[in-house]
Design a protein around this ligand. Structure first.
Ligand SMILES: *[C@@H]1O[C@H](CO)[C@@H](O)[C@H](O)[C@H]1NC(C)=O
Ligand SMILES: *[C@@H]1O[C@H](CO)[C@@H](O)[C@H](O)[C@H]1NC(C)=O
Ligand SMILES: *[C@@H]1O[C@H](CO)[C@@H](O)[C@H](O)[C@H]1NC(C)=O
Ligand SMILES: *[C@@H]1O[C@H](CO)[C@@H](O)[C@H](O)[C@H]1NC(C)=O
Length: 339
């Protein structure tokens, strides 16, 4: 009918163009029809996780899986590229059928407090995976080596689970840039393989790591790190230095022991949390020259001397004595005047 109008009147064609565009857009949206083998895998996942069509759109054999809630398909091939499992309140393990979705690039299975058991080896078959978030479940077992062998995995979040053991050496050759392992039960020393990896954001806080940091951290590319609330010891000052790429450094609540006066703080430092350690010496005056600095906490250490006045330190921290509390002999605003 639109064609007939177009022939009879150019002005009507002009007016009807937006309508034609709308029609063709909606056609594009409905065009991906789920690949049958992907649908089989998804139905197996849905059965394991008890995903009920009554609560979530789709997830029935009769419908196109590209329209199911939590499923994303490639526009042209109809292959499933992303899976986002919503909170289901189900007691289950991660189904191995996930390994039968070979075109997955993004997987989010999060916040399922009764999702238990280990991370299934089937995930090692997802060679196109760039993004994997399995945080805030109750997963047990190790951080599996096969995750670090996935060729293009860039982002891995396994935080808030019950994982045990250490970080596998394979991390040194992994493609990861973002690694979040916070709030598990990981233990042992942080190995030099971690420092040799390409990970630039590394969150290992709230675990049971022990021992000193490996020397290779001096040359590590890590920019943002959180090692707080572990049982780490020794001198972490190898993390600093004029050429260090560090932006966020959180070392709170460990057993670190070092002389803060002897440290050269990197120019890009934005967050420095050192509270609850055994840091001695004084706060270096150069701290007032750090333009990026947003957070500083040195409370509960053994620091002495005058808090350097001025810079960001003056602007943001002057009236927050809690960031400086409970040291050996720190003094000056926001603490009482030096004697
Ligand atoms: C998890 O399982 C326990 C025991 O079966 C149950 O009491 C609890 O409500 C479940 N939690 C969720 C979020 O489903
Ligand atoms: C690590 O990064 C370097 C520099 O960007 C790159 O040449 C190298 O291939 C990366 N390694 C891996 C395993 O991706
Ligand atoms: C800390 O380092 C500073 C500067 O290098 C030095 O002057 C000072 O004696 C050191 N303090 C201690 C307790 O070692
Ligand atoms: C710094 O650490 C102390 C001790 O844990 C805490 O009371 C204070 O709130 C912290 N400051 C900030 C800004 O988080």
């Amino acid at each position: 009918m639109a064609t007939t109008m177009a022939i009879t009147s150019p002005s009507i064609l002009f007016l009807s163009l937006p309508i034609l565009l709308l029609i063709s857009t909606s056609t594009t949206f409905s065009s991906p029809v789920c690949n049958p083998s992907d649908k089989t895998a998804l139905l197996a996942i849905g059965a394991s996780l008890k995903i009920k069509a009554s609560r979530y759109r789709g997830w029935t054999p009769a419908t196109d899986c590209c329209n199911w809630v939590g499923v994303v398909c490639d526009d042209t091939t109809g292959r499933v590229t992303a899976l986002n499992v919503y909170p289901l309140h189900v007691s289950a393990t991660i189904p191995s059928a996930i390994g039968d979705l070979p075109f997955l690039t993004h997987v989010d299975i999060r916040q399922q407090s009764n999702l238990t058991g280990p991370i299934p080896p089937a995930i090692s078959r997802l060679t196109r995976l760039t993004w994997l978030r399995l945080d805030k479940n109750s997963l047990t077992g190790p951080v599996p080596t096969f995750l670090f062998r996935l060729p293009v995995l860039n982002y891995l979040d396994l935080s808030h689970n019950r994982l045990t053991g250490g970080i596998p050496p394979a991390i040194a050759s992994s493609s990861l840039n973002y690694l979040f392992l916070s709030r598990n039960s990981l233990s042992g020393p942080i190995s030099s393989y971690v420092a040799k990896s390409n990970v630039t954001t590394l969150f290992l806080d709230h675990n049971h790591f022990t021992g000193p940091l490996p020397l290779s951290f001096a040359h590590s590319v890590v920019e943002d790190l959180d090692f707080s609330s572990n049982r780490l010891t020794g001198d972490p000052s190898l993390l600093f230095g004029a050429k260090s790429p560090r932006g966020i450094v959180s070392l709170s609540r460990n057993l670190f022991e070092f002389n803060l006066s002897a440290v050269v703080l990197p120019k890009g430092l934005a967050v420095l949390n050192l509270d609850h350690n055994r840091v001695y010496g004084s706060i270096p005056p150069m701290i007032t020259k750090l333009d990026e600095l947003q957070v500083l906490n040195v409370s509960y250490n053994l620091l002495c001397g005058k808090i350097p006045p001025g810079g960001k330190l003056g602007k943001f921290f002057a009236y927050n004595p809690y960031n400086f509390f409970h040291n050996k002999c720190l003094c000056g605003p926001p603490l009482p005047a030096c004697k």
